[in-house]
Design a protein around this ligand. Structure first.
Ligand code: 5GP
Length: 195
């Protein structure tokens, strides 16, 4: 998505440790007009009328998922990060290792909000090593629901997550794929590398 790539070039800040900061338009301050275009693009990429629910993870995925959901006419469920796993069997849970915070979270979704009748589109802001996405996929599979695919805003193609998830036969559509980045030369996007 050209508009997004332009914005990353203009306002993205590359930090040590292969981290891209997009705080000024996605992860802290949010550019709603831009995110609205992302929502439209996800709808174009996933035209499947049977998608009836969007699943994301708190916190950064929620805003993107909500705007996207308006183009799908469906509810959003967000997985919650928690310290204490509820053991009464009311929730699906999995563990996710955070790339940015270098710690592991228990993540839960209430069973009442996912069912085998659901066809789920997963939405998230970044795909890096794939832990967040694989955790969400695990939850959907435990619920017996169908996975229509995953819509990612920024995929870091230099990390293994995209390959891992696609190798499971899951369709992943990323609006921008960054194959390399460094603080001096900036980001190289996948289609530019190929060109
Ligand atoms: P993964 O689980 O695929 O390794 O990482 C995905 C999660 O880590 C995303 O939900 C995102 O919050 C965070 N993340 C990974 N890489 C970056 C990055 O370069 N910049 C930012 N801002 N977040 C990232």
């Amino acid at each position: 998505m050209e508009l997004l790539k332009e914005r990353i070039r203009k306002d993205g800040v590359i930090k040590e440790g292969n981290v891209l900061k997009v705080d000024s338009f996605l992860n802290h301050q949010m550019d709603i007009a831009l995110i609205n275009e992302m929502g439209k693009e996800f709808r174009r990429l996933f035209p499947d009328e049977s998608i009836n629910k969007i699943l994301t993870i708190e916190a950064s995925g929620i805003g993107i998922a909500c705007i996207t959901a308006q183009y799908f006419g469906c509810p959003v469920v967000f997985a919650k990060k928690t310290q204490s796993i509820n053991i009464d069997g009311e929730v699906y849970s999995t563990q996710i290792k955070s790339f940015t915070h270098n710690r592991t979270y228990d993540v839960i979704v209430k069973k009442a909000f996912l069912s085998p009748q659901d066809n789920i589109l997963i939405i998230d802001d970044f795909l890096a090593n794939g832990c967040a996405l694989l955790g969400l996929i695990d939850i959907v599979k435990n619920a017996g629901a169908k996975i229509a695919g995953a819509g990612i805003v920024i995929e870091k193609g230099c990390q293994c997550g995209g390959e891992l998830v696609r190798s499971q036969g899951i369709r992943v559509e990323s609006l921008a794929i960054i194959d390399s980045m460094d603080p001096v030369s900036g980001c190289k996007f996948r289609d530019e590398v190929k060109a």
